[in-house]
Design a protein around this ligand. Structure first.
Ligand code: C2E
Ligand code: MG
Ligand code: MG
Ligand code: MG
Length: 276
């Protein structure tokens, strides 16, 4: 199609593609330096037991502040970190930092669970379990307080190995949470076959639920499934009080979202714990 538009258009097209490629390369280079340059931080978003007072747990979310570009979104730098193979170092840093932070919040956070996101490439790395053990040992955090969030794409490659890793986590008392549940291709089969302790209903369902009856029925079924299987359910991305009320009516046990609390700095989270 570009050819038909004439020569000038064609070269413009390739130029912009080239510019994009150069941009990507430069961001990749910066990402390689970002860890040693201490450009990463963590934001913490509370998870609540709906209907009960106080916080149930907290999810650690990686943040990258680029010196020239400002904040870069995790949806950009996490896949990139996987591509250029720095995800293991980044993931290890996230895990260690979050575990240490939990301990340094002290008594106010003593009952809270810590949720950490783990990507596919990270969990397939043969050093993964050692890194988890190390983060727990160094921080003194009990394994039963750690919940690792995985997504379905971790099962695409080498599912037998991944299954063994999940079993190994469970045998340590660490819980495994299936994140973004419902958005993949065969969510139910993963739930059937792997050691999964909890799932997070994707925001997409929570958003549609208020206006689409069928979506509400799906959410309702996921909740029944959770009860039957003994799998905990967290609804993510709760933004309106309508959504919250509906989830409470349906008996959803846990929830997270901007309405309840946005991701925040460690300091702000500590302050919030103090007033609760
Ligand atoms: P996720 O694990 O599903 O995290 C939820 C995302 O939704 C977060 O975006 C959070 O800030 C956002 N969110 C929370 N409540 C609401 C809400 O009510 N409305 C809306 N619209 N959004 C809400 P964030 O922090 O940009 O992270 C995006 C994704 O990047 C995460 O999705 C996760 O898959 C990945 N990610 C973030 N940190 C890490 C990490 O340390 N390691 C790995 N492997 N992945 C990470
Ligand atoms: Mg998550
Ligand atoms: Mg999620
Ligand atoms: Mg999501």
């Amino acid at each position: 199609a570009a050819k038909q538009l004439g020569k000038g258009t064609y070269s413009l097209f390739t130029e912009s593609m080239q510019r994009a490629a150069v941009e990507t390369l430069s961001l990749q280079n910066d990402l390689r330096q970002a860890l040693v340059s201490r450009q990463f931080s963590l934001a913490y978003q509370p998870i609540y037991a709906l209907g009960k007072k106080g916080c149930f747990g907290v999810e650690a979310l990686a943040r990258w502040h680029h010196p020239g570009r400002g904040w870069v979104a995790p949806n950009v730098f996490i896949p990139m970190a996987e591509e250029i193979d720095v995800i293991r170092e980044l993931g290890h840093w996230v895990m260690s930092q979050a575990c240490r932070q939990m301990r340094s919040w002290g008594a106010a956070a003593a009952d809270l669970k810590l949720f950490v996101n783990v990507s596919a490439r990270e969990i397939r790395d043969h050093r993964f379990l050692d890194q988890v053990d190390q983060a727990l040992a160094e921080s003194g955090l009990a394994p039963s307080r750690l919940q690792l969030e995985i997504t379905e794409n971790i099962f695409i490659q080498d599912p037998e190995h991944v299954a063994r890793v999940l079993e190994a986590l469970r045998s340590r008392g660490i819980r495994v949470v299936l994140d973004d549940f419902g958005t993949g291709y065969s969510s139910l089969s993963y739930l059937d076959r792997y050691a999964i302790d909890a799932l997070k209903i994707d925001r997409e369902f929570v958003t549609r639920m208020a206006s689409v009856r069928r979506t509400r029925a799906i959410v309702d079924s996921i909740l029944s499934l959770g009860t039957t299987l003994g799998v905990d359910i967290v609804a993510e991305g709760i933004e309106t009080s309508d959504e919250l009320e509906m989830l409470q009516r349906l008996g959803c046990p846990f929830g997270q979202g901007f309405l309840l609390a946005p991701p925040m700095s460690a300091e702000d989270f500590a302050e919030q714990l103090a007033v609760e």
